[in-house]
Design a protein around this ligand. Sequence first.
Ligand code: NAD
Ligand code: UGA
Length: 436
Amino acid sequence: MAKICVIGTGYVGLVTGTCFSDMGHRVTCLDINEKRIEKLNNGIMPIYEPGLKQIVDQNVDAGRLNFTTSYQEALKDAEFAFIAVGTPSSVDGDADMQYVKMAAETIASHLDHPIIIVNKSTVPVGTGDWVSEIIKDMNGGTTPPFCVVSNPEFLREGSAVNDFMEPDRVVLGSTNREAAEKVADLYEALRAPIMITDLRTAEMIKYASNAFLATRISFINEIANICESLGADVKEVARGMGMDKRIGPSFLDAGLGWGGSCFPKDVKALAHMAETRGSHPQLLQAVMDINQNQRKRAVQKVEKALGGLKGKTIGLLGLSFKPNTDDTRDAPALDIARMLLESGAVVQAFDPQAMEVSKKEIPQLQLRKNPYETAEAVDALILATEWNEFKSLDFERIKANMKGNVILDGRNIWDGTELYEMGFTYFGMGVPQPGE
Ligand code: NAD
Ligand code: UGA
């Protein structure tokens, strides 16, 4: 069994380290965020990810998993160092590489034995070579032997542990086949298809995959908008399309579009990479424009139905960028809340996991304890994130609580006809409006 150090204990690093320890490897997870490590050492998860706490606890108890802020301690005897730090968007739209740079430099300054450095962060094409240069340069030619392998991660928040443990594929890229094979061995227990390729191709596979998934969603949202103008139902259209094996059913849910910590920054970064190399990424640009527009369309629908937003009270169900996570990075819900507030509305909101962080971002949000309180005295209710607990609400109670009767179902999860028959004015995204 291998000795692994994982740098960064966010959604990817913590899940990666924990899952490797669960496969029997000895793992030290490291972060520069002292509070995060203190929490982990006290058995408190710094993020909400279903199922994660239980497997962290099991592996800590088994002595295979521990947490530290010390690079020296984490790298001691480590055969592999996984870099899983953040790569957010910079102001220009390219990936901000300061955390990767810092991690690479700190690894270099502590390196006293041969090691394989594995890039798990989503990084621009060419980063593997850049990290190698950083490490060589730091030590003026005295660095012990090391190799860089790219191993992009494809997990989704909310189902991260399962996605890691049952991947569709493991992608590895390196100029050194032997090093890539050693990383492949770490995954042996998963019995997943493993693809070994060159460094740059592996880095590109990650961006191309995220951009393709984002494209599918923007495509179906464009179809949704066309459906609206022609009286067709995008849910049925997606169902019919998805039955074609060449198309498949996933990532065809129309609605408020994609948010999160990755699609927005990765599509932008890919477009930026293209532009800096003289390509014109027309499709990616359209994919981003359509996505941004969905949020505006949702607000415009409510504005039109209420005859303006100034002085109106709107209830917002869901704040995280998708269900089963507390992550609000680029969440459609928060953008919608901002637009409503800017138009003079009052916004009261509820989310099962993302209230505190949302309030920090938008202090004017008035937080409520449950969906029914969120509907209290509102002119309109907007569903922004399709948490399971929002799927079968008591709409008689909602109706009795609301002042108005407008519902915008931003994720098409409710039965519009049923709600219309109860007296609501129902709007979905790309579905026929009952009663029209
Ligand atoms: P995150 O922001 O949740 O966590 C990053 C962690 O790295 C933070 O805890 C931070 O303190 C730590 N860190 C920053 N600099 C450090 C340093 N020099 N040394 C040690 N720790 C440091 O990020 P995330 O969502 O886990 O994403 C990490 C990377 O994985 C990104 O490149 C992202 O694009 C990619 N990715 C994310 C997901 C996802 O679902 N979140 C999925 C696949 C890939
Ligand atoms: C996404 C990818 O699915 C992962 O493979 C990838 O590893 C990850 O990004 C990453 O690189 O970080 P994630 O952002 O966690 O995962 O969540 P998704 O389930 O992909 O959803 C992304 C966004 O698209 C959400 O806002 C969701 O509401 C939206 N979405 C998804 C739709 O609007 N329609 C759909 O049909 C599917």
